[in-house]
Write a protein that binds this ligand. Structure first.
Ligand SMILES: Nc1ncnc2c1ncn2[C@@H]1O[C@H](COP(=O)(O)OP(=O)(O)O)[C@@H](O)[C@H]1O
Ligand SMILES: [Mg+2]
Length: 237
């Protein structure tokens, strides 16, 4: 047994929606652990419960059973105010659709969450590393989808989160832009040391992961370490 404590430790996690005939079990006893600094990719077909899993780890939804330990703290027993503090302090979220504020500039979209953190990253430095510095005064509609997603990643990262949760982050992007975004995540993982969980139905992305989880019918059917992850630039699909 490893003596290293997992950063994220999920045990017996259960979640259902609806009741009676409409009852749908989405997560049917999930056990896994993710170490600090890992890139973890969770695969699974559409409807298999990937977003639900991520929302539970992110404290956006309540579990029906089981525990979710993040950095030694069980989310399932936290009071709502403490859960809010956990989300502000520890987490960055990236979604398929960027959810930027349309009437704030690229820079302002990032600054909004910088204010939530006690030790935010320098916004101009971050804009440069995202390749957005020269676009900082534009509005989201004036830049490409890939640049909007870079901004959304910046908004998540500026807080300097321990955990970056990404739900189909390349789902709305073309092949070339998807690879650029995955390379950016790889850089972010190296530079800032944050643990990254990416959920996707694109199996090719798993090749860049340190850990691969596969979800099917509410259960984890594969949980393994990838001994030799491939650089995001080398992915192909
Ligand atoms: N709020 C909800 N109410 C009822 N059913 C839901 C809700 N959210 C998700 N579901 C259902 O749970 C299942 C898993 O959804 P989801 O976690 O979004 O899967 P994935 O992200 O893998 O596509 C789907 O059948 C979906 O329709
Ligand atoms: Mg989903």
């Amino acid at each position: 047994m490893s003596t290293k404590q997992a950063y994220v430790q999920v045990s017996g996690l259960r979640k259902h929606y609806g009741d009676g005939d409409a009852r749908l079990t989405v997560l049917d006893g999930i056990d896994t652990s993710i170490n600090r600094g890992e890139i973890c990719v969770m695969l699974g077909p559409s409807g298999s419960g990937k977003s639900t899993f991520l929302n539970l780890i992110g404290g956006l939804e309540d579990a029906d059973g089981g525990s979710i330990m993040v950095d030694g703290c069980d989310l399932t027993v936290l009071k709502p105010t403490d859960l809010g503090e956990y989300r502000r302090r520890e987490l960055g979220f990236v979604f398929q659709f960027y959810n930027l504020v349309p009437d704030l500039t690229i820079k302002e979209n990032i600054e909004v969450t910088a204010h939530l953190s006690k030790n935010p990253l320098n916004v101009d430095d971050l804009l440069r590393s995202l390749g957005l510095y020269e676009h900082r005064n534009k509005f989201p509609r004036q830049v490409s989808g890939g640049q909007q997603q870079r901004c959304a990643i910046g908004r998540a990262l500026v807080k300097n989160p321990g955990l970056l949760l990404c739900d189909e982050p390349t789902g709305a992007l073309d092949y070339k832009t998807s690879k650029e975004i995955l390379q950016l995540m790889e850089d972010v993982n190296r530079t800032y040391g944050c643990t990254i969980i990416i959920v996707t139905h694109n199996a090719a992305i798993a090749r860049m992961a340190n850990r691969v989880l596969r979800l099917r019918d509410g259960r984890i059917v594969e949980d393994g370490l990838n001994e030799s992850p491939v650089a995001a630039a080398e992915l192909d699909w």
